[in-house]
Write a protein that binds this ligand. Structure first.
Ligand SMILES: Cc1ncc(COP(=O)(O)O)c(C=O)c1O
Length: 282
């Protein structure tokens, strides 16, 4: 019979369309609503009260769920698309980007194995080639798309450690500036670098890592029998947008056989403009 191949939890096509259109209408309305406050927050107690909902025992009404979401959840956010939203880094998403997320979620694309998703995986490789060319990496440079900056930093540090020493070694040391994003110290900790294996290097008056301070820290670690392993630089630090002196840092890293990781989560794609590309030189 028609539809026999579907899960018993699947909705009929008409219902799928109706719920989808309803959700899209809600989103388009919210995104185009008059600005209102930039940020609206409520106290935890009030939100707990609003959201004290027992787990449902039976199917609910989608319109009611959406209405509750609009009433009790979505108003309590910062509006990233507000013209007055200037205080923090996160920016407005784009509608095509959101629809891309919808497609990936609706089809539940499982890109962790080639056989199961060779099409999407080939698309990932094509996009990575764009990135490689934009950043100016050589042919053969490889990568992987991850969920964001924190996951990228963790992945990069894991690769650097595995490639150089394999399993964790208590002598290994990682260096980052006092401006580095918190995800880097967390990634180092998650990979097994203890607090005494992470050196926080001071920055200059415009928040750039000081190469001479890095050099001294590496020398001190060598003298103490440690293994300097990874230097982390910022291509746009979170707080100040500072770009570390890559040429000087890569010279030090080459001298000592240390891997240099550049956190470009915030400013890396400035390489797409001439000015940004010049600022990221090195
Ligand atoms: C320089 C830098 N690195 C890493 C991150 C973490 O990125 P995400 O929030 O995508 O995990 C941020 C976030 O602001 C950042 O500014």
């Amino acid at each position: 019979m028609e539809g026999d191949h579907l899960s018993p939890l699947a909705l009929d096509p008409e219902t799928m369309r109706r719920l989808g259109y309803r959700t899209v209408d809600m989103l388009v309305e919210r995104l185009n609503a008059p600005p209102g406050p930039v940020v609206r927050a409520a106290a935890p107690a009030e939100l707990r009260e609003r959201l004290r909902i027992p787990p449902p025992e039976a199917p609910g009404d989608f319109d009611e769920i959406l209405a509750a979401l609009e009433r009790d959840v979505l108003p309590f956010v910062a509006r990233l698309n507000h013209p007055g939203y200037l205080a923090f880094i996160p920016g407005e998403g784009t509608w095509p980007g959101a629809l891309g997320d919808l497609i990936a979620s609706a089809l539940n694309l499982d890109t962790c194995w080639w056989l199961g998703s060779s099409g999407p995986s080939a698309l990932e490789l094509a996009v990575l080639e764009w990135f490689r060319d934009w950043v100016g990496y050589p042919d053969g440079a490889a990568g992987v798309l991850v969920s964001g900056g924190s996951a990228a930093n963790l992945t990069a540090l894991a690769c650097a450690r595995e490639a150089q020493i394999g399993p964790m070694d208590q002598h290994a040391v990682v260096y980052m500036s006092d401006q580095s994003h918190s995800s880097l110290a967390r990634a180092a900790r998650a990979l097994g670098f203890g607090p005494d294996q992470v050196r926080i290097i001071p920055t200059d008056e415009v928040a750039r890592l000081r190469p001479e301070a890095l050099r001294s820290a590496i020398a001190a670690d060598h003298a103490a029998g440690r293994r300097p392993l990874i230097v982390i630089a910022n291509a746009g630090s979170t707080a100040a947008g500072a770009i570390d002196p890559f040429a000087a840092l890569s010279e030090i890293c080459r001298e000592h056989g240390i891997w240099l990781h550049v956190d470009g989560a915030y400013g890396g794609f400035a390489c797409l403009s001439e000015r940004g590309s010049a600022a990221l030189e090195g």
